[in-house]
Design a binder for this molecule. Structure first.
Ligand code: IMP
Length: 427
């Protein structure tokens, strides 16, 4: 196995950071292919906790080279901030981190519009974005007026292009009651940041291709999750990029024939941050208990995450649209102490009962549950499936059978060593 894609199988925050970090012990290259600083991967090493938003999680492995591919949108100030944080913690990025010249820059007017729109939207129309400028930046990309990272080498040309983009955004900002950022301030910031970023700029598609040809181990690290995917998620309550596995090919510039395996990640329950349908959501004491026990607060925005029961139709949908070969189940420990665990196995819709995820009309569907026995024991220290209490083991085996995807790994705590590894990602 040389090229493995890892994606979120739910609404993001499945614990990709930890799993990618764990599997990249044996990876040579780690590639992020979509999204931007809306992602927040929390990595726990020993007593240290590091949150990365743009830089791939593999950066903590000294051997791994890390790639930010052209499907990403890059906020230059956030990137430089991360370079500084990592340097302060002793992690080098020079010669190890490569940023695609074709990835798009998030600029102040993108963040501004994102925030103004969310503030102006009435209830029911808010997306609950991270306000990091992701949507407007991808809009500029599709409108063919975006600025790409490689263009930082010619700031005079960039200034002209930004002036044109500002003209396009001006009526939008005015309509929303905001104040346009000054070109002078934008350019001053870019002049300060560009020298820090330009040494990292590369043709990352060629770099990844060469690594795959050398049979190096390449891990593609997805961001967000399947149900937040622009095409396959619960539209319009989605992010503006591709979160499914196919996005690795488009976003990194690698042909589908080069990908060997696709792994998905799910929590033992479900969470969602931001607005949009979440049929298995719990608004009761159990939901609150999962939120507290699971530390379910957004790593980028700090927002409390919505919590709920695991949704098997949604996971089977994720298995299909991603072509999952394997699944990692995270945060199983958070379920400890519950008397029973509910599992959504099907949906009642206006057209009858279905075991398919009703992605086209989720709002109208009612989940159907099956009840599983819980377990009281803490899972801390479990290293093998045999170490798990019987009810926990049965729950995992049931998920595997019901989703129809082999389980590769079970995570029972935030630390690297709190993991039951059943199969190697590259093996
Ligand atoms: P945006 O990506 O900031 O435009 O936000 C669009 C939707 O995706 C909102 O519901 C966000 O809460 C959600 N979202 C974006 N990134 C993440 C993430 O990394 N984890 C979970 N939700 C996310």
């Amino acid at each position: 196995m040389s090229a493995v894609v890892i994606v979120g199988a739910q609404w993001g925050d499945e614990g990709k950071g930890k799993i990618v970090d764990l599997y990249t012990e044996s990876a040579d290259v780690v590639v992020r292919f979509a999204g931007g600083p809306n992602a927040g991967h929390t990595l726990v090493v020993g007593e240290e906790k590091i949150v990365v938003r743009l830089v791939p999680s593999g950066i903590l492995r000294p051997k791994a080279r890390c790639v930010m591919a052209q499907g990403m949108v890059v906020d230059p100030a956030v990137l430089v901030g991360e370079l500084d944080t990592l340097a302060a913690r002793g992690y080098t990025t020079q010669g190890r981190l490569f940023v695609s010249d074709l990835s798009h820059l998030i600029l102040p007017y993108h963040r501004l519009v994102d925030g103004l729109r969310e503030a102006a939207a009435s209830d029911g129309q808010k997306i609950g974005t991270t306000k990091r400028g992701i949507g407007p930046c991808y809009e500029d990309k599709a409108a063919r007026r975006g600025i790409r990272v490689g263009e930082l080498s010619d700031l005079n040309d960039v200034e002209e292009k930004i002036n044109r983009a500002l003209l396009a955004w001006k009526p939008v900002v005015r309509e929303l009651g905001g104040e346009m950022p000054e070109i002078g301030a934008i350019m001053a910031e870019l002049r300060a940041l560009a020298p820090r970023i330009l040494p990292l700029v590369a043709d990352t598609s060629a770099l990844v291709d060469a690594a795959i040809r050398r049979r190096e181990r390449v891990m593609f690290e997805g961001a967000q999750g399947t149900l937040l995917d622009l095409d396959h998620g619960t539209y319009p309550y989605v992010t503006s990029s591709t979160a499914v596995a196919g996005g690795a090919c488009v976003g990194a510039g690698v042909g589908p024939t080069r990908i060997n395996r696709v792994l998905g990640i799910t929590k033992g329950y479900a969470t969602r941050v931001g607005e949009g349908p979440f049929p298995t959501e719990l608004s009761d004491a159990i939901g609150e208990r999962l939120r507290v026990a699971g530390g379910e607060f957004g790593s980028v925005t700090g927002r409390p995450r919505r919590t709920g029961w695991i949704d098997l139709p949604a996971l089977r949908y994720a298995a299909r649209v991603n072509g999952l070969d394997g699944l990692a189940v995270t945060k199983l420990d958070v379920l400890s102490g519950l008397d029973t665990i509910e599992v959504c196995t099907a949906y009642d819709t206006p057209d009858g009962r279905t075991t398919e995820f009703p992605v086209r009309h989720v709002g109208l569907a009612k989940p159907v549950y099956e009840t599983w026995p819980g377990w009281k024991e803490s899972l801390t220290g479990a290293k093998t499936m045999q170490d798990l209490p019987l009810a926990a083991r049965n729950y995992v085996l049931y998920l595997e059978a019901a989703i129809g995807v082999p389980i590769f790994l079970v995570s029972v705590g935030p630390r690297r060593d709190e993991t039951i590894v059943l199969r190697d990602a590259f093996g």
